[in-house]
Ligand binder design. Structure first.
Ligand SMILES: CC(=O)c1cc(-c2ccccn2)c2ncccn12
Length: 121
């Protein structure tokens, strides 16, 4: 609600880049590193209306498109849920997304608690 100063934009950017790094480490196969193409996933662009991946999230951070932690978390959850929508439950991709979603939410909660301790605005 308050105007965004340069300082709190820089603080948010630093926090989101830190969190993105944590989340990317939980995807060692790099299934979520780049946008999914119709070439590797037939019909993907017709099934998934709002695609998301880590490289897009990185660009949104550097372009200042996240105003808060919640918007960043929403894109992370969108990315995982897209994967669990397109891929069948018995696939390596679905299982990786389910695992990533839970590990990622846990790591962001604990970082958020740290944030509260530091009383970052
Ligand atoms: C994220 C996702 O749905 C995904 C990533 C991949 C992927 C990503 C990198 C290398 C290989 N495959 C994929 N391949 C087929 C169907 C779905 N996917």
């Amino acid at each position: 609600v308050l105007g965004r100063t340069k300082e709190n934009t820089a603080a948010l950017t630093q926090l989101l880049e830190h969190l993105l790094g944590l989340l990317e480490k939980k995807d060692p196969q790099q299934f979520f590193a780049w946008p999914v193409t119709d070439a590797i996933a037939p019909g993907y662009s017709t099934i998934i209306s709002n695609p998301m991946d880590f490289s897009t999230m990185k660009h949104k951070i550097t372009d200042g498109l996240y105003n808060n932690l919640k918007q960043f978390q929403n894109d992370f959850e969108l990315m995982c849920k897209n994967c669990m929508t397109y891929n069948q439950q018995d696939t390596v991709y679905y299982k990786a997304a389910k695992r990533l979603l839970h590990l990622g939410q846990k790591s962001m909660v604990s970082d958020k608690l740290m944030l509260l301790k530091r009383e970052v605005p």
